[in-house]
Design a protein around this ligand. Structure first.
Ligand code: UD2
Ligand code: MN
Length: 286
């Protein structure tokens, strides 16, 4: 059942006997954000993973099938650091998952929202995922208790980021890492497709989740901790982010339900040993 609460070992729930249980030993871990593993090393460290970066617990039934969607361009170092951390963590959490890296082809301004929506659509072609985790490439979770599952709201998993002195800046802040179940992704109509360059697409997303009647839920600050891999301050130029002022009139039509009209093209889809890479031509800014 989708929308299962985060409590995953409730004996009262149907089928609980065969469901995966959280390891009680989960806790904080020391994460390395400075050294970069090579791909072969990642492969060696994760021999039980299937091509495309998928895994499921061998001895129990996972509560949800989870797709991790990472918007990406030209951040290979960050990606390797993230993958080194995610695979073992998700195995410890006994989660069935697959990692999709959605790479924007070309040199236009970056469009994070469009990549998220395309990631959703392309992942659904592969499997009937229950839960989608939209994940910045440069955020490394610091606590194994931050369970990568969905609840029935919008779960903002990155509730404490080192660069923000480990607390959220404002209540409706939804940047970084956020988890929604399949129905809720459709209910909020995914992300806006129209933000090019840096900023505001996360606030637009937050606005639509609240308008759709969802709350932002978060792990407590001592568990929702992330380190952000150092990068040059993002080039904050953008195109038309005054769109944000009109989010309310747009959100029902500007999102997942509009991506067909974008005529995006998958340039290449590759099942690499530790992740699925989807390189996409997403169209151009107006
Ligand atoms: C903040 C938000 C992010 C997003 C962004 C505004 C946090 C922790 N993060 O990120 O969620 O709302 O502001 O757009 O609040 N990316 C690439 N290549 C690029 C540019 C971006 O891969 O050339 C991807 C990558 O996954 C990256 C994400 O987009 O983590 C956000 O971009 P950023 O890290 O440059 O921006 P930042 O840290 O200000
Ligand atoms: Mn960043």
């Amino acid at each position: 059942k989708i929308g299962m609460p985060i409590i995953v070992d409730d004996a009262e729930l149907p089928g609980a006997g065969t469901r995966c249980k959280m390891d009680p030993d989960l806790g904080p871990v020391k994460v390395d954000i400075y050294t970069k593993p090579c791909m072969e090393e990642l492969e060696r460290m994760n021999p039980e993973i299937q091509a495309g970066g998928a895994w499921k617990p061998p001895n129990c039934q996972s509560w949800q099938k989870v797709a991790i969607v990472i918007p990406y361009r030209d951040r290979l170092g960050h990606l390797k650091i993230l993958l080194r951390r995610l695979h073992p963590m998700l195995r410890k959490q006994q989660i069935a998952y697959r990692i999709f890296v959605v790479e924007q082809a070309g040199t236009d301004q970056f469009n994070r929202g469009r990549l998220m929506n395309i990631g959703y659509a392309e992942a659904m072609k592969e499997d009937n995922f229950d839960c989608f985790i939209f994940h910045d490439v440069d955020l490394i979770p610091e606590d194994d208790r931050n369970v990568y599952l969905c609840d029935d709201q919008a779960r903002h998993l990155s509730s404490a980021i080192d660069e923000m002195r480990y607390h959220i800046m404002y209540y409706n802040y939804a940047g970084g890492v956020i988890a929604l179940n399949r129905q809720n992704v459709l209910k909020v109509n995914g992300y806006s497709n129209d933000y090019w360059g840096w900023g505001n697409e996360d606030d637009d997303f937050s606005a639509r989740t609240l308008a759709a009647g969802l709350m932002l839920t978060r792990p407590p600050e001592h568990i929702g901790r992330f380190k952000m891999v150092r990068h040059l301050k993002a080039d904050r130029s953008n195109h038309g982010n005054s769109y944000f002022f009109t989010w309310r009139s747009r959100w029902k039509n500007d999102g997942i339900n509009a991506i067909k009209e974008l005529n995006y093209k998958v340039v290449e889809k590759t099942d690499l040993p530790v992740f699925t890479n989807i390189s996409v031509d997403i169209g151009h800014p107006p």
